[in-house]
Design a protein around this ligand. Structure first.
Ligand SMILES: Nc1ncnc2c1ncn2[C@@H]1O[C@H](COP(=O)(O)OP(=O)(O)O)[C@@H](O)[C@H]1O
Ligand SMILES: [Mg+2]
Length: 410
């Protein structure tokens, strides 16, 4: 007898979700996506799309329930490169599917709550405090006299995140961060010095794997100041064991501490002089082509496939989640001068270059590029491969140098 085709709901259908939709289809799944915009790029390749804002948890749950009742049963729910863990967990809870506890997703969506839960569990995190006003921030800065990071408790993509190095900056930092907080809450943290690492782990009941382990590049720290802008990353990491293992273990412990028993944990980690610390963890698959492209390219691990299987109630094997190759992979971003985009030149020079894995732009001719203040201000990216990390990085740097996003001052 032919096995019934199983159905996966993918919440969010942006361009970075496309490889996830493709992977699900390759696995023989019927793919339904939900997105506010019926013209989102993922909708065109999914089997079916339903219209619901990914940020509207209730609307997404209702749309999923309707679909389940009126169209076909749903066997699993996930997001790929969309930051909506509460919506995904809520749909799973409502439909009786595999998922992380809604509470774990909630904790991860509020940075103060997350820091509190992590520090209560003995997980090393930066010193932090809630900030209620610019005056409050001044008092804290006076007492602590250290480099700090001021941020909204509930935003994403580095929006509203600023370095604070002096008393004079308190007013600006507080008001700036406040603008980006939907709940109007601001926090301050000690700035943790040290190499920054992105991790992505799959937690199974008694064991966990961390195929995603990438050095983050903050070379142009001064240029973007006071904003903290990551200009890409590279694998394999320059860290070796035992540091590497310690960072990965901490990300996994942090995931367990917020209540994730089985599921993906993406970590923003720092290796400080006192050992690894958690800046942020998120119970979802990453964006920035990390889970979809960079991890499988670098390690051979099909993390999306494994996460889809987990969402369907299956248990991937150790072999599926263990690195089976080492290719160096780098990503770098385009940051043209502010102005109006008049051309994107020399792109064809890399048309047939096998080490250019993917190149893309978020701007087109006629668009206005502003000063970069968060990750949404990047103009494009390139992902390259190489035999060594240095080779992958210098190839990405070369592409960014040769391909020109030409702007004219306004
Ligand atoms: N306390 C900190 N110490 C060092 N770097 C930090 C700190 N807080 C944030 N950052 C840097 O800023 C980035 C964005 O901050 P984060 O809290 O992760 O916010 P978002 O949710 O916008 O990603 C982090 O990935 C990290 O590189
Ligand atoms: Mg982050």
């Amino acid at each position: 007898m032919k096995k019934e085709t199983r159905t996966i709901l993918i919440v969010g259908a942006g361009v970075e979700t496309i490889p996830g939709i493709r992977r699900a289809k390759e696995m023989g799944l019927y793919v339904v996506v939900s997105d506010m915009n019926p013209n989102s790029p993922g909708c065109a390749i999914a089997d079916k799309s339903i219209v619901a804002s990914t940020y509207d948890v209730l609307a997404t749950v209702e749309a999923a329930k309707d679909f389940f009742k009126n169209e076909r049963p749903i066997d699993g729910v996930i997001s790929v490169a969309t930051d909506v863990p509460v919506a995904v967990a809520s749909v799973a809870a409502e439909l009786g599917l595999v998922g992380i506890p809604v509470e774990a997703a909630r904790i991860a969506s509020n940075k103060v709550l997350m820091m509190q839960v992590l520090s209560d569990a003995g997980i090393p995190v930066p010193w932090y405090s809630v900030v209620n006003s610019a005056e409050d921030l001044k008092d804290i800065e006076r007492q602590r006299c250290c480099d700090c990071v001021v941020k909204p408790v509930d935003s994403r993509g580095s929006r509203g995140v600023v370095m604070l190095s002096s008393l004079e900056e308190c007013e600006f930092s507080y008001n700036y961060a406040l603008q980006f907080s939907p709940s109007k809450q601001v926090m301050v943290e000690e700035y943790v010095e040290g190499p920054q690492i992105s991790t992505e782990s799959l937690l199974l009941k008694d064991v966990a794997y961390t195929p995603g382990f990438s050095d983050r590049n903050y070379k142009d720290f001064k240029r973007f100041s006071p904003h903290i802008i990551e200009d890409g990353g590279q694998q394999p990491s320059f860290l070796f064991d035992p540091d590497r293992q310690a960072v990965a273990d901490l990300a996994v412990r942090a995931g367990r501490a917020i209540g994730v028993e089985t599921g993906i944990i993406k970590g923003d980690m720092v290796l400080s002089a006192q050992g690894p610390k958690v800046i942020e963890i998120a119970p979802r698959l990453s964006g920035g082509w990390f889970c979809t492209d960079q991890i499988p390219l670098a390690t051979g691990v099909d993390l999306i496939g494994a996460a889809l299987r987990v969402a369907l109630g299956e248990t991937p094997s150790a072999q599926e989640l263990t690195n089976n190759k080492t290719t160096a992979v780098a990503i770098r971003y385009f940051f043209p001068a502010p102005g109006k985009v008049v051309a994107i030149n020399n792109l064809s020079e890399f048309d047939n270059t096998e080490w250019v894995h993917r190149i893309g732009f978020f701007v087109k001719v006629g668009d206005i590029v502003g000063e970069v203040s968060d990750h949404t201000g990047r103009s494009g990216y390139v992902i390259t491969t190489g035999r060594t990390r240095q080779e992958a990085v210098s190839r990405a740097d070369e592409v960014v140098k040769v391909v020109k996003v030409v702007t004219t001052a306004l």
